[in-house]
Every structure is written in structure tokens, then in C-alpha cells.
Design a protein around this ligand. Structure first.
Ligand code: ADP
Ligand code: MG
Length: 644
């Protein structure tokens, strides 16, 4: 082995250092958005407009009405380690601002075509700086109102390796949107506006409360599932919203933690929250939370991670215990009373700040903008009232879930179902205007020849939840939902892997209106959805036309099922394996399609269900791994009845 002969250590040139820093600070377009938003927040802005083109690849522009910079500061701001936020080492232990590392602008400017326009005093005019790949190319005076606008064009234009790693426009934009939402939740008093490719995605009013902001971003139904919590003591203050115990979720997507208004992750806090639910949190369920903690800046260390997304508490065990104990009380109380007043009728206090105009004739602002002063004072959802269109204009009758007693019990003849590839409009026998009958939900699985159970003889239904049946060994109790779910799952999964999903298509598509983050998700996954049997097309804005759904899924469950899948998909960043996404979706569709508790089954239904269950190899457990069957052997019964 030969050692390198001439090693000569060199201090790297500034430009290379900046590019290296960019590797840590600027991972993707969303990181630029984060840094620029933090700077605008630190500059005291209460109006911040973000404009994005092509997922941030082509443009990210952030405009604010903050304090701005004079010429000297503007020149310095793009230098590495140039910050106005800390001066001494001692101040590093007591950070009150979002930024402090003084490297974001330098890093961003080194990997983009960067324009800074800023003004801190309208009498002396504004300064404009143009920097390309870290080289200052132009500096000139210009006209601009007080505030700052930073435009980051062609991010990573000079780092092709980075550029190659960017994901699709939709994925990058989704990251941007998540970043934006985090900042918007951290500072509900600031007006935030986000446009993407000329389309206004979010416009969140100024002077809101956290509750109003959650309402605007996630809708009324979402907020209704949350309980308010607050706590005050010298060491720790907090307020926010957490899931009411019956309303926890299957995913961790909706967990937002802010410490001193900085969005962070912290395991100690998470543990405290989970522990507070104690036994009320079932396995594999996760609480939603929006929690804003406030501590003395000396109690936390934010200088842990270059992107400042993690923090350390001086005493994390204490935080965990405090949260656990105080939140446990909130959760307990919540079962007794509701915390919300009349949120929707509530009128905000009159704005005490003078409405400040910020320049709207930006070259990049292509959407007709509303003046902030004409904003309605009532809480308005940012986009749609809730995730789902309330009225369904195409169908006059809402669908009924429950079977009508005394209706036909014979199974429908096995209908000529269609493969997913054929989506021409056609009325199916499971037309939307007919309420779904139980027998139709136990539709004839064409794979099954046998309609009569071989092993088990159904005896009856117990509490409209369990099926009683006997076999040679004794008595079996079958969970009707779990059994049906298992049957449907196997059936659907087989079809899926053979690429032959049977669908029901609608003559008139059903419209689905989504909140923005769901719309972006759906747009991104239209092809996988199609593979799952959902043929969906954009219908303009955030509305989508659903043309067909898997045949196993009752139409009345269509919306809730799609939303549940989107909920899972929102985890996309945390796991990217297509396989997992598909198997989750298969499980969700099967679960939503299956008979619910409380559905009365005719004796024919019982026969069919039990016969179908016998055909399934893995019939002992449902796809959630809960048991489907419980056996009580004759021996066991005999011994219980002391008949030895
Ligand atoms: P940091 O935020 O860590 O100080 P940055 O590189 O992000 O470092 O910014 C450098 C400096 O530029 C900041 O300290 C601030 O003084 C100034 N600056 C950046 N963005 C703005 C803005 N939008 N308005 C006013 N000043 C800004
Ligand atoms: Mg900064």
C-alpha cells in the first residue's frame, strides 16, 4: 500500500465553503423556503408572500414587509457568517430569533441565481443585488417599498448532482407546502400567501389565532376532533390542540410541535404526549397535536442541527413528565365537557394594526391579488370548508348504509364486472341511486364456486356483530366485520397483483373537493390510484372527478376511503416503498368495504359469508391481525357444564 506522497493542506476558498454549507442547509427547494421565511419572520414582517414555480426548481420568491436592510447590510447579508442576530458567544446560549448561523443566504446564493431587493428606509431608496453561483454580478439602486424580496432562480443550476436528486415537481412542491404550513402554524398572526405556477394555493389572513389557522388549513371537521389545552407555570408554558381520545389517527402525519415558535422535533415531548393518553391510545394509533411550548431561551439549545429542526432541552425528562401529567388532565377532563365555544360564528377583534400595503405588481405575482384590507373578518377556510364537498350536485339522494329489513336476500347474479382498463361510462347494477343492500355487499365472489359452507354451519347472528356457527369440534364465533374484511382483502389483493381489478363505474362522475395538500398528493398518485381501481381525473382547481371505484367498495364509503388513503400517503416522506403504499391502500379499501357492526344479516347472508370465509386461506386473522374466529370446543363446553 502506498501512501499519498504530496499532501498539502489548504484553506478552501470561500465559494467552495459556501457550496459545502449549501449541502447541509439547502437540501431541496423547501429548505430555501424555510430559510427565507425564517428571515422574513426575524425581520418582523407580518405579511409574507411566497411564489413558487415548478416545485421551486425555477423560482422561489419570498416577499415581506419587514424591516429591510440598508446597502451595507444587504452586501454583507450574502457573506458567510454574516448575521445581525448574534454578536457574542454568550448570545448563542440565548437565541431569540429563528436564524443565527449567518450562513443561509450565502449558501443559497452560491447554488442559484439570486436576487435580493431590500429597503429599510423609503427615503433613501432600495438596493438590488444580483448574485450568480456566489459571484456578485450587479448592485444597483432601485425603487421598492420597505421590506425585502428575495428571488431564488434556477436552484442548483451549478450543482448538477444536486439537481439530479430533486424529485418530481409535485413532490418538491409538497415539501414546500409542508414547510410553509409549519411556519404558518408557528406564526398565526402573520399573513402568509403561497402561489404555485400562478395558482393561489393558500392565503392565510393576518392576526389569526392558532385555532383559526388550523381551521383554515385543515377544515372544520378536523378541528372538531381536537381538544384545546393550555398550561402556565414559570418554567414552561404551552397551548395548543390535541386529539380527543376517540379521534386519534392511524398515522403520525398531523403532529406539530413548536418550541418558542420554532417548528422542531423532539422525542421527549412526543413521549410525554403519548404517555398522557395512557390506555386511551390504542396500539398503532397516534394523536394529532399542534402544541406550542414556550420556555426561557436558556433552557434550550437550538444549535444542534444545521437546518435547526432539532432542539435539546436542558432538562428533557422534566418536560416529558410535565407534559404527561398536565396533558393527562386535559384528556381526562375532555371526556366530560367540550372545550370549544361557537368557533364558527366568532368574529375576530378589529385589526389594530394599520393595514400595510406591500408591492403587488411583482413580476412574479401573476395572480390577481386581493388587498389585505378587504379581507373578510370572519374566519374563512383557506380553500374549502372541509376536505369534502358538502352537497353532491349530481346525486339527489344520500346513500343509506343500513340494509332495509325485509328486502331481497338472494345474492345478485354475478354481474359482468369490468377490468380497470375499460372505463367507458356504464350503469352498473350497483347503481348509486339504489341503497346498498347487505347481500350486495357480500357480492358473489366470482372466484368461489361453492355457495354453501362445507365446514361450519351458521346458526345465527349475535348482537349484529358476531356470527354463531357450529362445526364438528364445537362452536365458533366469527367477527362479521373482521371476517368480511379478510375475504375482501384477499379477493382485492389477488386481483390487484394480477392487474385485473374489477371496478364499478359511474355514468356521472362523483366530484371530490380536496384541501390543497390532499389535492397535491392525489395528483401525484393518480396512476397508483388507477391501479387500485380508482379512476380519477382533475376537474379544475382542487376538485376531482371520480369515474370508477373498486367493485368491492360501496359508493357511500368512497370519499372516506379516498381520504383515508390520502392520509396514509401523506407519510410519503417517511417511507417511499410503493409496495407498502399499495398494501396499506388495499387494507384501507377492504376495511371500509367490509360489513360494519350493527348490520343485520339474513340467513342467506350468513351462509354466503361463512362459505366465502372458508375459501380464504388466511381466515383466522383479519388484515389488522385481529382474530376472525374464536373456537369453543365441545370438550371445553362439557367441562364448563361439568358433564364429564
Ligand atoms: P441568519 O438568519 O442566520 O442571520 P442569513 O444568511 O439567513 O443568516 O441572513 C443573514 C442576515 O441577512 C440576517 O442576519 C439579516 O440581518 C439579513 N436578512 C436576511 N433576510 C432578511 C430579510 N428578509 N429582511 C431583513 N433582513 C434580512
Ligand atoms: Mg436566516
Amino acid at each position: 500500500m502506498s501512501l499519498p506522497t504530496a499532501t498539502k493542506i489548504q484553506i478552501l476558498p470561500e465559494l467552495i465553503i459556501n457550496k459545502i454549507a449549501a449541502g447541509e442547509v439547502v437540501e431541496r427547494p423547501a429548505s430555501v423556503v424555510k430559510e427565507l421565511l425564517e428571515n422574513s419572520i426575524d425581520a418582523g414582517a407580518d405579511q409574507i408572500y411566497v411564489t413558487v414555480k415548478n416545485g421551486g426548481r425555477d423560482l422561489i420568491a419570498v416577499l415581506d414587509n419587514g424591516i429591510g436592510m440598508n446597502e451595507e447590510d444587504a452586501r454583507l447579508s450574502i457573506e458567510r457568517h454574516a448575521t445581525s442576530k448574534i454578536k457574542t458567544e454568550a448570545e448563542l446560549d440565548c437565541i431569540q430569533t429563528m436564524g443565527f448561523r449567518g450562513e443561509a443566504l450565502a449558501a443559497i446564493a452560491s447554488v442559484s441565481q439570486f436576487e435580493l431587493i431590500t429597503c429599510n428606509d423609503e427615503n433613501s431608496g432600495a438596493i438590488r443585488l444580483f448574485v450568480k453561483g456566489g459571484h456578485v454580478e450587479q448592485i444597483n439602486k432601485t425603487g421598492f417599498t420597505k421590506g425585502t424580496k428575495i428571488s431564488v432562480n434556477q436552484l442548483f443550476f451549478n450543482t448538477p448532482a444536486r439537481l439530479k436528486f430533486l424529485k418530481s415537481v409535485n413532490t418538491e412542491f409538497q415539501h414546500i407546502q409542508q414547510t410553509f404550513i409549519l411556519q404558518a402554524l408557528a406564526r398565526p398572526h402573520i399573513q402568509f400567501r403561497l402561489t404555485h405556477n400562478k395558482q393561489m394555493i393558500l392565503n392565510l389572513g393576518r392576526g389569526q389565532s392558532l385555532e383559526e389557522r388550523i381551521y383554515q388549513l385543515f377544515g372544520e371537521a378536523f378541528l372538531d376532533d381536537l381538544i384545546f389545552t393550555e398550561h402556565q407555570e414559570a418554567y414552561l408554558k404551552y397551548h395548543g390542540f390535541i386529539s380527543s381520545p376517540p379521534r386519534t389517527r392511524t398515522s403520525r402525519t398531523w403532529q406539530y410541535l413548536f418550541v418558542n415558535d420554532r417548528s422542531v422535533r423532539c422525542t421527549a415531548v412526543n413521549r410525554g404526549i403519548y404517555e398522557a393518553y395512557q390506555t386511551l391510545l390504542l396500539k398503532n394509533r397516534h394523536p394529532v397535536f399542534f402544541l406550542k411550548l414556550y420556555l426561557a431561551p436558556t433552557e434550550i439549545d437550538v444549535n444542534v442541527h444545521p437546518a435547526k429542526t432539532e432542539i435539546r432541552f436542558r432538562n428533557s425528562q422534566l418536560i416529558q413528565t410535565l407534559l404527561k401529567e398536565t396533558l393527562a388532565k386535559t384528556i381526562k377532563d375532555s371526556t366530560h365537557r367540550r372545550f370549544f365555544g361557537n368557533r364558527l360564528g366568532e368574529v375576530l377583534p378589529p385589526a389594530n394594526q394599520q393595514q400595510m400595503e406591500i408591492p403587488l405588481d411583482e413580476p412574479f405575482s401573476l395572480q390577481p391579488q386581493t388587498r389585505p384590507s378587504t379581507e373578510p373578518r370572519k374566519i374563512q377556510p383557506a380553500v374549502s370548508k372541509s376536505a369534502v364537498v358538502q352537497e353532491k350536485p349530481f346525486f339527489s339522494e344520500p346513500l343509506k348504509q343500513k340494509p332495509v329489513p325485509g328486502t331481497k336476500t338472494a345474492l345478485p347474479p354475478s354481474e359482468p364486472e369490468k377490468a380497470v382498463s375499460d372505463l367507458s361510462p356504464k350503469k352498473t347494477s350497483t347503481d348509486s341511486s339504489v341503497p346498498m343492500q347487505t347481500t350486495e355487499r357480500l357480492f358473489n365472489l366470482s372466484v368461489l364456486e361453492i355457495k354453501k359452507p362445507q365446514e361450519y354451519t351458521p346458526l345465527g347472528q349475535l348482537h349484529q356483530r358476531y356470527i354463531l356457527a357450529e362445526n364438528q369440534e364445537g362452536l365458533v364465533l366469527i367477527d362479521q366485520h373482521a371476517a368480511h374484511e379478510r375475504i375482501l382483502f384477499e379477493y382485492y389483493r389477488n386481483q390487484f397483483y394480477e392487474d385485473k381489478i374489477k371496478t364499478r363505474s359511474f355514468q356521472v362522475p362523483e366530484l371530490l373537493e380536496l384541501i390543497p395538500q390532499n389535492a397535491i398528493l392525489l395528483e401525484q398518485y393518480l396512476v397508483p390510484f388507477k391501479k387500485l381501481g380508482f379512476s380519477i381525473e382533475p376537474f379544475g382547481g382542487k376538485t376531482y372527478a371520480v369515474h370508477s371505484i373498486p367493485v368491492i367498495l360501496p359508493q357511500s364509503k368512497q370519499t372516506q376511503t379516498l381520504l383515508a388513503i390520502l392520509d396514509e400517503l401523506a407519510l410519503f416522506g417517511k417511507r417511499s416503498r410503493q409496495e407498502e403504499i399499495f398494501s396499506d391502500a388495499l387494507r384501507i379499501v377492504s376495511c371500509n368495504s367490509a360489513l360494519a357492526d350493527g348490520e343485520k344479516l339474513s340467513s342467506q347472508d350468513l351462509q354466503t359469508l361463512v362459505a366465502q370465509l372458508e375459501q380464504v386461506d388466511l381466515h383466522l386473522f383479519c388484515p389488522h391481525q385481529r382474530p376472525v374466529l374464536v373456537h369453543l370446543s365441545l370438550d371445553e363446553l362439557n367441562s364448563r357444564f361439568k358433564r364429564t
